[in-house]
Design a protein around this ligand. Structure first.
Ligand SMILES: [Zn+2]
Length: 322
């Protein structure tokens, strides 16, 4: 039987239960808000997380709304929603990492129950939520400092049946672009770890820059509802989403120095390989790097704050096949 609880938070058929998932061995306490909607009728279990990155407000709001919208009286199966994984980072408005150990939770899988706080959290999410579920969506957006055009990443597992189930979750979400990733290449990401344990999984990215705008929240919510309909848990809430474009790859550009960043392109713009896309300058305003596009494609995300630290991403170019 599929999972019907997160840790000790479970529900009877036809019930909704809320609770706090406490991460063992972490002080001060790290507590994660969880809602379980268990349908009166049996069906699959969908696991959803938001707030792996604490300043990604659109998915946090959308998943919270989903947990209140789902109706256990009519639902088929179980909806497990984790509303804010990186709760210590939330009121700090932390970008990328959590304040307890400065690690990126979505690079901390499969985690370790005896490890650093982020490794303990990742392991708890993996073993108490993802494992035993029938599908998994990790809801994200551009971080507080990132502009982003909606996209989804799906885990192309070695097993074609498992890969196809992930692909269908991405296809139905309602984003313009989707990208396949080999889970073996991203075992430290939530979706990589999920697919390596046999759970179809996607990352869905809608929203940006710390702006909790209604249009993006509604769009993320609709994507999650589309996934529930795809799994047969609810009837479709509207017409199917238009088919997305399938990207061949996402070309990342990072900075190797701490500097100020002055992009000359915006999200959604087409760029050609070798084209100037921005400049890095020192604090006196002297140019230190000219940035040329590493690939031809569409700018899918772009950092929008001047301050960038060595190793940080600057932008991502979505590359079409061929
Ligand atoms: Zn994120």
């Amino acid at each position: 039987m599929s999972r019907t609880s997160v840790g000790e938070i479970g529900a009877e058929p036809g019930e909704r239960q809320r609770g706090w998932l406490r991460v063992p061995g972490v002080e001060p306490p790290w507590e994660i808000p969880v809602v379980v909607n268990r349908g009166r009728e049996p069906g699959p279990t969908l696991a959803v997380t938001a707030g792996m990155h604490a300043a990604e407000y659109v998915p946090i709001e959308a998943v919270t709304r989903l947990s209140r919208w789902a109706d256990p009286e009519t639902l088929r199966g179980t909806l497990l929603t984790v509303l804010l994984v990186n709760s210590p980072g939330f009121y700090e408005r932390s970008i990328y990492v959590n304040p307890r150990d400065q690690r990126n939770l979505n690079r901390s899988f499969p985690g370790d129950p005896e490890g650093l706080p982020s490794q303990r959290v990742a392991n708890l999410v993996l073993t108490q939520l993802i494992e035993g579920s029938d599908a998994y969506v990790d809801a994200h957006c551009g971080d507080l400092n990132e502009a982003l055009a909606p996209f989804a990443l799906w885990a192309r597992a070695e097993d074609p049946g498992l890969a196809e189930r992930s692909h269908r979750l991405a296809l139905c979400y309602g984003v313009e672009r989707i990208l396949a990733e080999d889970p073996a290449q991203i075992p430290d990401h939530s979706v990589g770890a999920a697919a390596l344990r046999g759970v179809p999984a996607i990352v869905a990215e809608v929203g940006q820059q710390g702006i909790c705008d209604e249009a993006s929240v509604a769009r993320h919510l609709r994507g999650l509802q589309n996934v529930m309909a795809e799994l047969g848990m609810i009837d479709p809430v509207g017409p199917p989403a238009p088919a997305p474009r399938e990207l061949a790859e996402m070309a990342w550009m990072r900075t190797d120095v701490s500097a100020t960043y002055h992009p000359s392109v915006a999200v959604g713009e087409e760029v050609l390989r070798g084209q100037l896309v921005g400049e890095l300058r020192d604090l006196f305003g002297e140019p230190v790097r000219q940035l040329e596009a590493v690939a031809s494609g569409t700018v899918v995300f772009c950092v929008t704050t001047p301050a960038v630290k060595a190793g940080d991403p600057l932008l991502g170019i979505g590359v079409l096949p061929g």
